[in-house]
Design a binder for this molecule. Structure first.
Ligand code: MRU
Length: 363
């Protein structure tokens, strides 16, 4: 997608052919800054500190992180250690494990001297595949927006509510939840997005709003608690969110607060769709409550970064001094609350049958 008229992906190889450039998301929306990863540990830190975040993008970053590890040591032992280290940086999004296993498969049977080139080739195809997968999620999701637009008056926007950032910034390009929105907007369909700010890290206010604005999509930031009220007053036509892990039975794990939006959507008969690439499905578990939920630092709740009038970015304390804070980063929306799963292969019910219908090879 474009920023100031220039097309970007979120991760790319530099001209030297080996070091990896990322958009540093901890600096958005106040500054657009890129960072260079030259070691496996740089990639691990970028994932942990959320310079890169979003399930598909942390997978892509880990893939290049493994390439950087193999530059130093392409032995089986070093590879196993690097994969384990990268994998433990964030526990919830299964795309991280998936991407690292793809990398392992691509190199494990090769002689050492061929491993590095093969790893870089696989990391590049993994990124290209993510772009095409997200584009196809948009092709299928677009139909949902078109159906609602057809029932509305001319020029009356379709109001989509989204939570967190499942945009192109969270993937390599296009995004998952945003891909149908971008494709509708590009086709001339009037669409407006309610952007949940998504406390505590504000991925909605900082990132989703940033990328929708850069692409010219009308949007309004709302506090996380406003969604239910807007739904009760007929101001939301459709909820579209992303996910970090979907179980084989269709339970959906996503950014904390997603479950509350699903409850409000159900109570108000508003369709609640979850967008995902195949790499987000964890076929090894059925029950969403067995997904590990990342617990992040209390500082993310107790402090908030922001820009002062002089342009400097500072972090301020916002809570009563001495109070502690809990910070579970994800929650689970049971399959029964999900209207449908929008994947690169089409839309299916959030159920074992629905998923197996689209992915019979995993049945
Ligand atoms: O903690 P984050 O910012 O990595 O969480 C991101 C989300 O919850 C997204 O909705 C999810 O990763 C889907 S990204 C296409």
């Amino acid at each position: 997608m474009k920023i100031d008229g220039k097309a970007y992906r979120t991760i790319w190889l530099k001209d030297d052919g080996w070091s990896v450039e990322i958009i540093d998301q901890t600096r958005l929306p106040h500054e657009f800054v890129t960072a260079t990863l030259t070691t496996m540990q740089d990639a691990a830190v970028a994932i942990k500190t959320m310079q890169v975040r979003g399930a598909p993008l942390i997978g892509a970053t880990a893939a290049y992180g493994l390439c950087l590890a193999l530059r130093e040591d392409a032995s089986d032992e070093a590879m196993d250690l690097a994969i384990a280290h990268l994998n433990e940086q964030r526990p919830t999004a299964v795309n991280l494990r998936w991407a690292l296993e793809e990398m392992r498969k691509a190199v494990r049977n090769l002689p050492r001297e061929e491993r590095l080139a093969a790893a870089y080739r696989r990391a590049a195809t993994l990124c290209d595949e993510d772009v095409e997968t997200c584009r196809m999620i948009g092709v299928h999701g677009l139909k949902l927006i078109e159906e609602i637009a057809a029932r509305k008056g001319p020029g009356e926007p379709v109001n989509v509510l989204t939570h967190c950032n499942a945009g192109w910034i969270a993937c390599v390009d296009w995004g998952t939840a945003t891909s149908p929105v971008y494709q509708a907007h590009d086709k001339g369909i009037a669409v407006h997005v309610w952007v949940d700010e998504t406390r505590p890290r504000n991925q909605g206010a900082s990132l989703t709003a940033f990328e929708l604005g850069a692409h010219g999509v009308p949007h309004t930031i709302i506090v996380d608690n406003a969604g239910g009220h807007l739904m009760q007053h007929g101001k939301v036509d459709l909820v579209i969110v992303g996910t970090d892990r979907v179980t084989a039975s269709g339970d959906v794990c996503n950014k904390i607060g997603t479950y509350l939006k699903a409850l409000a959507a159900r109570d108000n008969d508003i369709p609640f769709y979850v967008t995902l690439p195949f790499s987000t499905i964890d076929w090894t578990i059925d029950d969403g409550f067995s997904i590990p939920i990342e617990e992040r630092s209390a500082d993310e709740v107790l402090k908030m970064p922001g820009r002062l009038p002089d342009g400097s970015v500072v972090t301020v304390e916002i809570a009563a001094p001495g109070s502690g804070a809990g910070n579970p980063a994800f929650d689970v929306t049971p399959a029964r609350l999900v209207t449908g799963l929008v994947t690169e292969r089409g839309i299916c019910a959030a159920s074992p049958e629905g998923l197996k219908g689209l992915y019979p090879e995993n049945a």
